[in-house]
Design a protein. Structure first.
Length: 316
């Protein structure tokens, strides 16, 4: 989450007047994240999240995202529910951007990751995969193997400004991944979250109370979604891999959906892919985030460390 586009209070009040969610009492921008402009709304009825879609989100994909959220919510996954206006529309336009309001989830991002929280997020991820199985419309993962090289080239060698020789190192890693990446039918696949970082999971105590930010969700390998979580949750101080955390996560996942042998064998490669995906999007944002945007830029080199780690192991 972030804020790139500002919204005037009077404009927002008029916009909310087309919904049945009460009158505006307060709103504030949310700085976390880097993709869209987000605001916490407090109305006379309740709290809501307003999202203005920017940057990598394609407007044509928005009905798919909102439909998946509605589907999973109705199936019992605790996630934001799109709010429809008085005409039954969930997708609108505000301040020149596609916009949607969703329900507000209780809970907060966990303050200190441990084995218990990794087990809980593994279980929640598996529930996401199982409950999404009958959401049949597919959405291609634009930030998978075919998208990494164009993204890398769009950074025009900016990695060398962060660390000498980085462009060559990433180029070699891309060649290795392009040669060995699984084919579509090699591994089980379906709807995945593709961005389940600690700030996209809410906890109450040790229990996952909700999953948010579905705007990278797509149709891809389930094990790739696990690989993203292993990168995001299982490193101490961004540097040291914690095998006990990884085991807890995978054990939690398998309580709901057992992994196939091929999925387990593919995890080191998929983890390399997840690391390079987040390295490249962070590098792109590091170079291209406009000055003055209410957004916290994230260090790409964190994921270089993870890429190097997973490139040297044969199991997770």
């Amino acid at each position: 989450m972030a804020v790139y586009t500002e919204v005037a209070a009077e404009t927002l009040r008029a916009f909310l007047g087309t919904y049945n969610i009460g009158t505006l009492e307060a709103f504030e921008g949310i700085a976390e994240g880097i993709e869209n402009s987000n605001f916490l709304l407090k109305t006379s009825d309740s709290k809501y999240i307003l999202t203005l879609f920017e940057r990598r989100v394609q407007p044509k994909d928005l009905p798919w995202f909102l439909g998946l959220m509605k589907h999973l919510s109705q199936k019992g996954l605790n996630c934001p529910q799109p709010v429809e206006d008085q005409k039954g529309q969930a997708l609108r336009e505000l301040a020149g951007r596609p916009a949607a309001i969703t329900t507000f989830l209780s809970g907060r991002a966990i303050e200190e990751i441990d084995e218990a929280s990794c087990a809980a997020i593994g279980e929640a991820l598996a529930q996401f995969h199982v409950l999404g199985a009958d959401y049949k419309i597919e959405r291609k993962n634009a930030l998978s193997i075919e998208g990494w090289r164009p993204l890398f080239e769009s950074c025009h060698g900016a990695g060398d400004d962060l660390s000498s020789g980085l462009t060559q190192e990433i180029s070699k890693a891309l060649l290795r991944l392009e040669k060995n990446w699984p084919q579509t039918d090699d591994l089980p696949r379906g709807q995945i979250h593709a961005d389940l970082f600690p700030d996209n999971a809410f906890f109450q105590g040790k229990t996952v109370s909700g999953i948010i930010d579905f705007y990278f969700a797509c149709t891809d390998f389930f094990a790739y979604d696990i690989a993203i979580c292993l990168n995001a949750w299982c490193f101490k101080e961004d540097k040291t891999f914690l095998p006990t955390f990884a085991k807890a996560m995978i054990d939690g996942y398998e309580k709901v959906r057992p992994l196939e042998r091929a999925e387990k064998e593919a995890l080191p490669l998929l983890c390399q892919g997840a690391a390079i995906r987040f390295f490249l999007t962070r590098l792109y944002d590091w170079v291209n985030t406009p000055e003055g945007a209410l957004v916290t830029k994230k260090d790409p080199l964190v994921y270089l460390t993870r890429l190097r780690y997973f490139s040297e192991v044969d199991h997770v």
